[in-house]
Design a protein around this ligand. Structure first.
Ligand SMILES: [Zn+2]
Length: 416
């Protein structure tokens, strides 16, 4: 309970469009990133770290997504940018993306990184100075929500981490992001550290974990529990299908399941009530297609085997009563609906499509154009969308281009 009697909550802050896309060997197009934001919004996730406002090729996409937010298409999902905690990055951010309201400012705090990454350019005192100056400037330039990220927090001396976080709070930060950048925490160590930090700082804690030791979801849930136990709200950083640098970030769906069904978590800790797990199947399938990374057969909740039973005793038990061998229901994850696959003639819309085939594709989706001119305009954009994605568009993408052609045009536009 908070001091005002409200129960502290666990929110989700998805970083697929930031940590997910900065992962080696995989990427998303700007249209695919937009679709992820739309799907996260439908799923009731609180915030999407939607990209890098300092990186030039992101700028049109970021501005276009903020337009979608203003139109109510992506709302109430909060769209936030990631940048380094420097005044230059803050200035560039507001020059490139003037309408941005939420930021996370990042700087390293461990002895290891201060000594061996900054190599004399910054020390413990100047790290705090850079961060507080950047935080104040971000507020001055219009940021409404500021998270300050302690990179490598898990290897940072706790006294320094508290000093750093109190300075961030004094400079106007709304949250502290505890980054287990190398994934070295265990559920026990992260619980103890976040409890100390949250108790001392009394700001909402973001929990950002990596899976290098295979404990990412356990660590994220333990960190969130510690924050709530210390009397603050918390935001678990997730990625769809556990994408993310190296061994990945915390899988979005697994975190929700762990909070809802984990022993001693269920009922005792409040997950953001806006979360609609029924959308899980769709977003996981879409992200898998967009990234070109298949879903492991044993992925919690979503894998092909998550509700499959074969051995005699298990199959018999599950058929008698699903609770014998299933912790939660497949319907809750949006599974169980038949999926129709067309096995006859198919007309697809691609980068070299003509108007007849294109209209056939949209007719099937029951989308009607006012006149030929409108159809021709959308066809031209769909060609670009195909060039942009380099793979067949899914129905939701085709619908998006037809519904928001001018926003789509902006998303596809990149001028090096
Ligand atoms: Zn990360």
């Amino acid at each position: 309970m908070t001091k005002n009697g409200r129960q502290n909550k666990i929110y989700l802050l998805d970083v697929t469009n930031r940590d997910g896309v900065q992962t080696s060997r995989i990427c998303l197009s700007k249209l695919q990133k937009t679709m992820i934001n739309i799907l996260l919004n439908k799923m009731g996730v609180a915030q999407s770290e939607f990209g890098f406002p300092v990186t030039r090729h992101e700028v049109n996409y970021l501005n276009a997504n903020l337009e979608l937010a203003a139109m109510g298409v992506i709302s109430p999902l909060r769209l936030s940018g990631w940048l380094r905690a420097t005044k230059e990055d803050v200035t560039t951010t507001f020059r490139n993306v003037p309408g941005i309201k939420s930021l996370n400012l990042s700087i390293s705090t461990s002895d290891q990184m201060i000594m061996n990454k900054f190599k004399g350019k910054l020390d413990h005192v100047s790290v705090i100075r850079e961060m507080t100056e950047a935080t104040r400037l971000a507020r001055e330039l219009g940021a409404e929500t500021i998270g300050v990220n302690a990179e490598d927090a898990s290897r940072t001396r706790i006294e320094y981490l508290i000093e750093f976080s109190l300075a961030a709070k004094a400079a106007g930060a709304d949250r502290i992001r505890y980054c287990d950048t190398l994934g070295c925490d265990t559920p026990f160590s992260i619980y103890e550290r976040i409890h100390k930090l949250a108790e001392a700082v009394q700001l909402p804690m973001e929990i950002h974990c990596h899976n290098d030791l295979g404990m990412v979801v356990a660590n994220s849930v333990a960190g969130a529990k510690a924050a709530v136990d210390a009397g603050v709200d918390t935001y678990i950083n997730t990625c769809v299908n556990g994408m993310g640098e190296r061994a990945g970030n915390a899988d979005l769906v697994s975190c929700i399941l762990a909070i809802r069904y984990g022993a001693d978590m269920a009922g005792a800790y409040a997950l953001d009530e806006k979360i609609d797990l029924k959308k899980a199947w769709k977003i996981c399938k879409y992200a898998s297609y967009a990234f070109g990374v298949s879903i492991p057969i044993n992925q919690p909740g979503i894998g092909a085997n998550a509700f499959a039973h074969e051995s005699g005793i298990h199959a018999d038990g599950a058929l008698k009563d699903r609770r014998n061998y299933e912790l939660y229901d497949f319907e809750e994850l949006g599974r169980g609906e038949p999926e129709i696959i067309d096995t006859g003639r198919q007309i697809t819309a691609g980068e070299y499509s003509g108007i007849k085939g294109f209209r056939n594709v949209y007719d099937k989706m029951e989308i009607v154009f006012h006149d030929d001119a409108e159809a021709a305009r959308v066809l031209e954009l769909v060609r670009y969308a195909n060039v942009h994605n380099q793979k067949p568009l899914v129905e939701d993408e085709l619908r998006f281009v037809a519904e928001y052609p001018e926003v789509a045009r902006k998303i596809f536009t990149m001028t090096p």
